[in-house]
Design a binder for this molecule. Structure first.
Ligand code: HEM
Length: 363
């Protein structure tokens, strides 16, 4: 600020009292000496640091003893050569598991993309179906009488399977897509906590789902063997697209048989691959687990899409359907329209040929 201040600083400052002022570095000899000392220090430092680096990473010969080149060595590492390690985890001997790259790009690429299309496509189709067809109503006059369709045990098994499947679906989809969809909305902390609990739920509920699948198979397999009726039913698309069309069906129609077998076979595949992933390396190698992970997610996405359609038709999509899994008793007229041959079996009444669309049994 003031000339007095700067003058005083110059006068009393370190420069004035420094080496230069005291004449220590006045001769060329002294300057050369300083240069030599600094150079020596630099060399010592460089040597120390290279020596310590040498301890951490033993020097790699350009020509290893076996005559291969350094490029060959890295190529070996890159292609997953198994080295030796003294720790129990022998797979740590593989520095680079190259298949991991392929697995990762399949998972984050086509698997996720097509999975999104399958799920989004199914939702879109159902919205379209609802807009065009509306809720499928009971066409005939309701009787006010009901008929038992599923007993308490069957309903319990259905809801055990359905409840666990729905939680498994959400927590599984979170693992596949959550990072790109929910994380930006929730922020990292909340997302990490949610995903952690979701993972626990996924791990444990897998067993409830597997039990449910086994019981569903045992309970209903006898009603789900394909038969000739199913062809006629399928040719009319079950009457799903045309009001008043009700092809004959036994306890389960062809569409339900597809749901049954998709659930049972898809569930078996999910259970098998899921157990392999639940105990890493216990049953499968790294490469196997990568394959199982891809199968697990692909099957899951397809089954979720199928189940979304099932949930739709079993609830809002069709009047009277939910009761079958709710109270267990369905309106007799509903049963006549959708499962005429089953009604005949249970009550002894002959199917009515209303609207002329019923077929006599093929037998
Ligand atoms: C909120 C969800 C769900 C609802 C509202 C629902 C509803 C229903 C209804 C009403 C039935 C009986 C249909 C009939 O009487 O003919 C049924 C059957 C069945 N459900 Fe579900 N369900 C749901 C979830 C699930 C899930 C998640 C699964 C499997 C993962 C599943 C598997 C089955 C199977 C295999 C059958 C027998 C075959 C069939 O009727 O299609 N359900 N469900």
């Amino acid at each position: 600020m003031t000339s007095h201040h700067s003058k005083g600083w110059l006068a009393k400052g370190w420069l004035a009292k420094g080496w230069l002022a005291r004449g220590l570095l006045r001769s060329p000899f002294q300057i050369v000496l300083l240069g030599v000392v600094m150079l020596a220090l630099t060399l010592v430092m460089a040597n120390v640091s290279s020596a310590s680096a040498g301890e951490a990473f033993p020097p790699v010969a350009n020509q290893p003893a076996d005559g291969t080149s350094k490029a060959d060595m890295w190529q070996g590492i890159r292609s997953g050569v198994q080295g030796t390690v003294t720790i129990p985890n022998k797979s740590a001997g593989v520095l680079v598991q190259s298949e991991g790259e392929a697995w990762r790009s399949l998972r984050n690429g086509p698997l996720s993309t097509y999975g999104g299309w399958v799920l989004g496509g199914m939702l879109g189709l159902l919205v379209l179906f609802f807009l065009v067809r509306g809720r499928i109503r009971i066409d005939g006059q309701k009787t006010g009488r009901t008929i038992q369709r599923f007993n308490a045990f069957e309903r319990g098994v259905h809801w055990l399977t359905a409840g666990s499947f729905i939680v498994l679906a959400f927590t599984g989809l979170n693992v596949l897509y959550g990072r790109h969809t929910i994380l930006p909305l929730m922020g990292p902390e909340a997302f990490a906590a949610m995903t952690q609990y979701g993972k626990f739920a996924h791990n444990y509920l897998g067993f409830a789902f597997m039990l449910g699948i086994v019981l569903i198979f045992v309970m209903w397999v006898k009603h789900n063997i394909p038969e000739r009726n199913d062809i006629a039913w399928a040719l009319k698309a079950g009457g799903l697209f045309s009001k008043g069309v009700h092809p004959a069906a036994k306890k389960f129609n062809a569409g339900q048989k597809v749901i049954f077998w998709a659930t049972v076979l898809g569930g078996a595949a999910l259970g098998f691959t899921g157990v392999q992933l639940l105990w890493p390396f216990s049953f499968a190698s790294m490469a196997d687990m990568q394959l199982y992970q891809l199968i697990h997610s692909a099957v899951a996405v397809v089954l979720i899409a199928i189940v979304i359609a099932h949930i739709y038709i079993g609830s809002v999509g069709m009047e009277g359907a939910f009761d079958a899994m709710g109270t267990g008793d369905v309106e007799l007229q509903w049963a006549r329209e959708h499962h005429s041959l089953w009604v005949q079996e249970v009550t002894g009444e002959t199917p009515r040929h209303h609207h002329g669309h019923h077929r006599a049994p093929a037998e």
